[in-house]
Every structure is written in structure tokens, then in C-alpha cells.
Design a protein around this ligand. Structure first.
Ligand code: NAP
Length: 482
């Protein structure tokens, strides 16, 4: 069996304890043994990152950029192999995995050039012979902690932005997807980035998470994951350490009676079931205007029943397995909660464990309707292929229902009325608004992040805004009256 290591100070380093990682489509398929790192491994990585930081920060922008371009090229060259391993490790279908590799390479190219733009300002001085300006400097050592659902693209966008700004990185990937992290590390190893600037520590969040985020060498923690873990991190960091936390979602789609229903159904299915519903921006609540409610529901159930659930490596699969047995049980628990709450389960929701499915974590995508706003299925993040459909009468009511959530990551509306679209964008409490588009997907050149419990009220990801997190301002008073 393949045995993998941590990457610290430019070397692949063994640790004392290891854990297996298995394919969620077939748990007999073991991907390898991966480090179950200890606090000592974290300390080692932090010290190396700290000493390497000064060298990287002083490296020319063009040299830093060249390294990032080489990371992108390596990912592109090895894309089919990496995508295959993402599917084997995470379960998403191969086509989605390949897109993820391409998008990750694009992020490294994007941030390679953005490094030239993260400057400061000059200000009018209130004295003669004084020049007043600000400049932006890297933070130092940044901790990157990521979830399993986008095991390459979430780390890529954080690490590319951190490195281009001149920071050193200690990266802890999700325990479910260490092999993808090893691929990304190889790309960085081959790129010419000096040893110690980037370090990989594989291990359980419950064992080394606190050690990482409260480490005295860390000046920034960029985290994506559950709201619970994110809030815990926010409480654990020192007051001098900044955070960027991207958390859970309970995203609503509103379908108005003038919407193109086929387009709306298509994009609700895509948003709700791609990645087996395990996307933070996934569609979870569907609010449909009463006059088209039944017609929409009929089409949605038809489209859902036509999806093929299976191994993501097989042609023709639309929906892969869930990531783990724990995630499968959590989704099934929510199906039972819905039934106990008296909600009609119109389609799916059953475990698939016969024949080809018996060694994977499969569930048939589910539709509940009508779902009332008090229901836990309306309020809580399920992170699986379960749609809660709710009828509404007016746009006012739809906006009120959309905002009736502790989350505020993304919300979408399907309509042809300009006024409805603008009102929705104006009144909905979410970090991202989509008009006639699915809830999933982002633009790497525009800010990404949520409101309420979907993010902390600190820094955005993506775009030039991401560099605000990875750099800090220094103001210089330059007197020249000598
Ligand atoms: P998770 O359990 O919070 O884990 C995320 C990462 O945090 C993993 O690397 C995990 O390590 C680590 N971790 C866990 N406890 C920690 C602690 N106390 N201190 C430091 N690190 C800790 O989330 P997940 O199950 O991987 O991902 C699903 C969640 O992520 C969903 O809620 C989803 O909405 C959210 N998500 C949000 C976005 C966004 O951009 N807003 C994007 C994707 C996913 P282990 O794996 O070892 O436990």
C-alpha cells in the first residue's frame, strides 16, 4: 500500500502515526496511508515556514510569478491523473474533477499576475517636504485549512493568493482528501518555490487544528469548512492573528411565475445535486410562486428521477457517492427528520446499497414538498442531495422566506422582470446574488463570501480583494527636509 508523508522544509518527512483513506464509491479500495500528524509536526512546519518567509518576501515579483505559473503548468500537464484521484478520493464525477483541476491552474495564473497590483497609496501631507504613503506587506506565516468538497480548488485559491503576496504557508487539508493535497504539493515542489515557503501537514483537525490556529508563528488563518469549526477557530486565534473564514450555507432559489421553467428546473437540479449536494453554494431551498408551483414540481421530480447515481469514474454518472459513511448517515437522518415532521417526501431519499452500490455511500436524490419555514429541513444545512420546495404568493414573501435563515452565502432568482431582479438583489441578505443563474459557481476575479453565519465579517476571497487578507498596511512618513 502507498504510504504518504508530510512536506516540511522542502522534504517529504515521515511521522509516527498513519491513517487509511478509502474510496467513497468502493470502500474496499484503499488510496493509501497518510500521516496522522502530531503537534510536534505542526511546530516543525511553523518554524521552517517562519525562517523561510523572509527569503520569499524579498524574492522579486517576477520570480514569484514565474513559480506560480509553473505550478499552473504542472497541474494542467497532470490534470487527467489528478482528476482521477479526486474522483477516487472525494467521489465527485470525473468531469467535475477535471474542471476543478483546470480552475485551480487558472487560479495560480490569475494570482501570479495579481502580485503586481497589491500596492498602497500616497496621501497629501500636511507639511512641506514630507511624503506620506502606505505600503502593503505580507502577513508572514499563514495557515490554510480546507474542506474535502473542493479538495484542490479551495486550497489552490487560498495558497496562490498567499504566496503571490509573499507569505509562507502551512497547509492542513481535510482528512478525507489528503491525496489531492499531495498532488498540489508536488506541483509546488516542482515549481522552484524555495524549501520551507510551502509546507503540508496532514492530520486530523480534532488533533492538530487548535495547535495550528493558536500557534504563535501564525499571523493569518484562512479556513473553509463548517460554521461550527469556523466559529471555534475564531474564538481560538490570538488577537493579533487575522482570520478569513468561509462557512456553511442554506441557499435559496426563487422561481417567479414568469420564469423560464425549463431553465429554472435545469439549474435547480444542477445546483442541488452536482457534487451530490455537497457544495457550500449548493441549492437547498427552492421557493416557487403558487401559480407555477405544481408545474415546476412535476418537472423537477421528472428531472430528478432521470439522474443516474453511480461511481463518478463511470461514463453516464450524474451523481456520485457521498464522501463518507458519516455523511451518508447524516443525510439519512435529515430524511427521517423530514418524514417525522410530516413533510411529504415526493421522491428519493433512500440508501442505495444493492448490487454495484453495496460498497459505496450512495443515496437517491430527494425532493420534499411543500416544506414550511419552521421545518429543520428549511433551516439547517444538510450538505447532501436533498431539495426542500416551498410555495409562495408574492415577491415580498419570497424575499422574506429567503432571508429566514441563519446563513447568507448565495441566493438566486429566476425571473424576466427587471424590477423583481433588482428588488431581490437589493433586499436579500447574502454575500452573492444570482439572477437566472444557478447558486453554485464563482468568478475568480470578483469577491466571494457570505453574510451572517456563512462567513465571518472579515475578509473576502477571490479577486484583488483576496490580497487584502494576505497583506497588511504600513504607513510611512518620509521627511526630506535634511
Ligand atoms: P469541517 O468539518 O469544518 O472541516 C474543514 C476543515 O477544518 C478540515 O480540514 C478539518 O479537518 C478542519 N477542522 C475541523 N475541526 C477543526 C478545528 N477545531 N480547528 C481547526 N481545523 C479544524 O468541514 P467539512 O465537513 O470538511 O466541509 C463541509 C463544510 O464546509 C460545510 O459546512 C460547507 O458548507 C462548508 N464549506 C464552505 C465553503 C465556503 O466557501 N463557504 C466551501 C466549501 C465548504 P479534518 O478533516 O481532519 O476534520
Amino acid at each position: 500500500m502507498d504510504m504518504y508523508k508530510n512536506f516540511i522544509g522542502g522534504e517529504w518527512i515521515v511521522t509516527d502515526e498513519y491513517q487509511e483513506n478509502r474510496n467513497p464509491a468502493n470502500y474496499d479500495d484503499i488510496l493509501g496511508l497518510f500521516p496522522d500528524s502530531r503537534p510536534e509536526d505542526v511546530n516543525q512546519a511553523m518554524e521552517v515556514a517562519f525562517t523561510s518567509y523572509e527569503l520569499w518576501r524579498k524574492t522579486n515579483l517576477s520570480e514569484r510569478a514565474a513559480c506560480l505559473y509553473r505550478v499552473a503548468d504542472w497541474l494542467d500537464t497532470h490534470a487527467p491523473r489528478i482528476a482521477e484521484d479526486i474522483t477516487r478520493e472525494e467521489g465527485k464525477i470525473y468531469r467535475e474533477a477535471l474542471q476543478e483541476v483546470k480552475r485551480s491552474a487558472e487560479h495560480f495564473r490569475f494570482y501570479a499576475s495579481l502580485g503586481y497590483l497589491g500596492g498602497g497609496h500616497t496621501y497629501p501631507a500636511n507639511e512641506s517636504q514630507l511624503t506620506l504613503y502606505s505600503m502593503r506587506e505580507p502577513l508572514g506565516v499563514v495557515a490554510v485549512i480546507t474542506p474535502w468538497n473542493f479538495p484542490l480548488s479551495i486550497p489552490a485559491r487560498k495558497i496562490a493568493a498567499a504566496l503571490t503576496a509573499g507569505n509562507a504557508v502551512v497547509f492542513k487539508p481535510a482528512s478525507e482528501t489528503p491525496l489531492t493535497a499531495v498532488h498540489l504539493t508536488r506541483a509546488i515542489e516542482e515549481s522552484g518555490i524555495p524549501p520551507g515557503v510551502f509546507n503540508l501537514v496532514i492530520g486530523r483537525g480534532s488533533r492538530i487544528g487548535d495547535v495550528i490556529v493558536s500557534h504563535h508563528r501564525v499571523h493569518g488563518v484562512t479556513f473553509t469548512g463548517s460554521t461550527e469549526a469556523g466559529f471555534h477557530i475564531q474564538r481560538s486565534v490570538s488577537p493579533t492573528c487575522r482570520t478569513q473564514l468561509e462557512l456553511g450555507g442554506k441557499n435559496a432559489v426563487v422561481v417567479m411565475d414568469d420564469a423560464d421553467l425549463d431553465q429554472a428546473v435545469n439549474l435547480v437540479v444542477k445546483g442541488g445535486y452536482n457534487l451530490t449536494g455537497q457544495a457550500c453554494t449548493g441549492t437547498s431551498r427552492v421557493l416557487v410562486q403558487e401559480s407555477v408551483y405544481q408545474s415546476f414540481l412535476d418537472r423537477l421530480i421528472y428531472a430528478t428521477s432521470n439522474l443516474h447515481v453511480g461511481d463518478g469514474r463511470k461514463d453516464g454518472t450524474d451523481v456520485g457517492p457521498l464522501i463518507s459513511a458519516a455523511q451518508l448517515h447524516s443525510v439519512i437522518d435529515y430524511i427521517h427528520i423530514g418524514i417525522e415532521e410530516g413533510l411529504p417526501l415526493l421522491f428519493g431519499g433512500t440508501i442505495m446499497d444493492q448490487g454495484d452500490y453495496q460498497k459505496g455511500f450512495y443515496v437517491l436524490p430527494a425532493v420534499f414538498a411543500p416544506v414550511n419555514r419552521k421545518s429543520r429541513l428549511f433551516q439547517e444545512e444538510i450538505f447532501g442531495p436533498v431539495l426542500a420546495v416551498t410555495p409562495f404568493a408574492t415577491l415580498e414573501e419570497a424575499i422574506d422566506l429567503t432571508n429566514d435563515s441563519s446563513y447568507g452565502l448565495v441566493a438566486a432568482i429566476f425571473t424576466q422582470q427587471l424590477k423583481a431582479a433588482h428588488l431581490f438583489a437589493d433586499r436579500v441578505q447574502a454575500g452573492m446574488i444570482k439572477i437566472n443563474r444557478t447558486t453554485t459557481g464563482l468568478a475568480m476575479n470578483a469577491p466571494f463570501g457570505g453574510w451572517k453565519h456563512s462567513s465571518t465579517a472579515t475578509f473576502r476571497e477571490e479577486g484583488i480583494e483576496a490580497l487584502e487578507f494576505f497583506t497588511r498596511e504600513k504607513t510611512v512618513f518620509m521627511g526630506w527636509d535634511l
